[in-house]
Design a protein around this ligand. Sequence first.
Ligand SMILES: Nc1ncnc2c1ncn2[C@@H]1O[C@H](COP(=O)(O)OP(=O)(O)OP(=O)(O)O)[C@@H](O)[C@H]1O
Ligand SMILES: [Mg+2]
Length: 437
Amino acid sequence: MTRSLRARLFIGLTAIILLAGCVGGVFAYIWAFDEAIEMQDSILIQLGSLLQNGSVKSEQSLRGVDADAQVDVVELGTAPRGSAEERQLWSFQDGLHLASRQGGSMRVLLRTRPDGSRFAVAQRTAIRDEIARNMALRTLLPIAALIPCLLLVTALVIARSLRPMVRLAEDLDARRADDTTPLPLAGTPSELHAFIASMNGLLERMTLMMDQQRRFVADAAHELRTPITALSLQAENLAPVDLPAEARERLAALSEGMRRTKHLLEQLLALARHEAGPCSEAAVVPLDRTVKDLVADLLPDAARKGIDLGFEMIEPVATRGEPVMIAAMIRNLIDNAVRFTPRGGRVDIGVYREGNDAIIQIEDTGPGIPSGDIDRIFEPFFRGSRPSEEGTGLGLSIVKRTVDRLEGSVLLKNISGAEQTGLRATVRLPAADESRV
Ligand SMILES: Nc1ncnc2c1ncn2[C@@H]1O[C@H](COP(=O)(O)OP(=O)(O)OP(=O)(O)O)[C@@H](O)[C@H]1O
Ligand SMILES: [Mg+2]
């Protein structure tokens, strides 16, 4: 048995429709056939009456009326005479009979005129049956035409009835993985309410579990930050100490490892901060100033790689949100541009206003993101299919969560010009009016 409810309903209803159609058709056929035979009998009787009272005279004129009906009039005279068949006809009483004549079965009507002469009106049963069959078959036409229409209507009704379920599934499919808002009951059929209630219960439990997990990550990152900072300080304190070359090499590796761990903890904390409930310190953040500060911070990194990091366009524009988060978000984008752009490249930054949106655009001359990676690039810990530089894979998830929280958007687009490639990251945030600070 098929698992699809739609297919099951359709097969079941189709079987019922076909069965009803067949049973109805058989009964309609039998009934129409009998009616047609009776009608032909009454035509014979009417003809007999016409011939009896002399309104119609000869056999020929009868033939002229309806050649297909092939009605014969046999004059039998006033006494038995002629062939054996005619004598047999004579032996019948007045009325309708079945007789065999000229090798076939016939329906005959015998009548006696007032002057005593008798005649028979005869018609082949084969012809009568054929006429009746044709008439009966014609009554089947509407039923035959109705069945496909009914099947079509059934399919439409089923599809329509199941649409709320399909819509529910689409709704769930389209959700972000961390979206646990309850499913709405409004507009859904009552049969689905129990299912939706169970789903909402599950979503609620998931929210609780995710909250616990986030709190755990945030707490763990926070707790680890202090010892790592202390360790980094200890390592720094070793710098002025006179050490053998091999020890110095190991110390450098140790410091680098600690720097990376610190970066991971910072990124984890930045990510966990988003989940910690509603915006706590929403303020008007001047984006131009924030970006300028970040660029000043990252200039040494860029200079070390010989990358020309600069502004293409910078306008005073602000948005509303948490300054630390917004700075972490922009920092991650500029950091990516600088890190993934090869030596001697260029990173251009634009900060401007477009209608009611504040735009931050960062364009680099790096390799861009492979098109196969674009769909997953915002997932935490995803570092692309060809991770070249070190990294945690958390940067872009921080960016995505920040813009989602600020009801903005981020778009990553590969630039593929004739002689150079690159990535253009465009962040769009609702602009805030600075005058209303
Ligand atoms: N400007 C860019 N040019 C080319 N590839 C990029 C660019 N920005 C990001 N990517 C790719 O996307 C991946 C994910 O970036 P993301 O910022 O999330 O993590 P990361 O940079 O590896 O780690 P982190 O940001 O924590 O240092 C990167 O590893 C890189 O492969
Ligand atoms: Mg990054």
